[in-house]
Design a protein around this ligand. Structure first.
Ligand SMILES: Nc1ncnc2c1ncn2[C@@H]1O[C@H](COP(=O)(O)OP(=O)(O)OP(=O)(O)O)[C@@H](O)[C@H]1O
Length: 227
């Protein structure tokens, strides 16, 4: 079974000046189970929009998004929220940790609806894996930026997802931390047979992937708009 199958996907946005902008028009894009893919492309080309559609945070105008066999576009908003929690791990560029909660509480939140909640030790195991067992009870403001990103990765893995989406996860960390964050993500995907789609602007990061896709190549909407 494919981790992700996209067919005839179109996404448009209202433009502030009137009319609509076709941001994405993707006839076919697939990721196999356990496959790791880097997504590169120009700024404003629609990479984050594509990730948001796959995560069910946005809905397409038309088309199909099938994740581990489930058709996302047939689910209600609440159904998409639940499905996202159980099947998708999302590592945001800006981490999105909840500031009032400690590291381990943030990781536990990642397993609330996921498959990881049956395992009470998983949150601590994941923090240990990202090298932060001794920071479990620190809040995000008490952690370095690289440490916060590692907590965000632990949280994304917590629900035992089928697909990990990562939006430039190393953009806000220093080069040494970036290396360890990337090692950690690759290693975790391999250990859990997890498929991954990672947006990056960095050719150095992209070179670490066997498969690199350029959004401009798969997106027929590239550089034209309609009103
Ligand atoms: N809610 C929205 N309403 C209108 N236009 C939007 C909206 N969200 C995104 N866009 C437009 O869609 C296009 C794609 O945005 P997106 O954030 O997906 O690009 P990106 O490839 O991730 O860019 P970057 O690499 O700079 O982060 C942009 O032209 C943007 O202006």
């Amino acid at each position: 079974m494919k981790a992700l199958e996209i067919t005839d996907l179109v996404k448009t946005f209202d433009q502030p000046g009137g009319g609509r902008l076709t941001v994405l028009d993707v006839s076919s894009f697939q990721i196999s189970a356990g496959e790791q893919v880097a997504l590169i492309g120009e700024s404003g080309g629609g990479k984050t929009t594509l990730l948001h559609l796959i995560a069910g945070l946005l809905t397409p105008d038309t088309g199909s998004i099938r994740l581990a066999g489930t058709e996302l576009t047939k689910l209600s908003e609440q159904g998409r929220d639940r499905f996202r929690a159980s099947a998708i791990g999302y590592v945001f560029q800006t981490f999105n940790l909840l500031p009032a909660f400690t590291a381990i509480e943030n990781v536990r939140l990642g397993m609330t609806f996921g498959h990881g909640h049956h395992d009470p030790n998983r949150a601590m195991d994941l923090l240990d894996r990202v090298g932060l067992a001794d920071r479990a009870h620190y809040r995000p403001s008490q952690l370095s930026v690289g440490q916060q990103q590692r907590v965000a990765i632990a949280r994304a893995l917590a629900g035992k997802p089928k697909l990990l989406l990562a939006d430039e996860p190393t953009a806000n960390v220093d080069p040494v931390s970036a290396e360890s964050v990337l090692d950690l993500i690759h290693q975790s995907c391999e250990e859990e047979n997890l498929a991954m789609l990672m947006v990056t602007h960095s050719m150095e990061v992209a070179q670490r992937f066997e498969r690199v896709e350029s959004l401009e190549k798969i997106n027929h909407a590239f550089s034209h708009s309609e009103s």
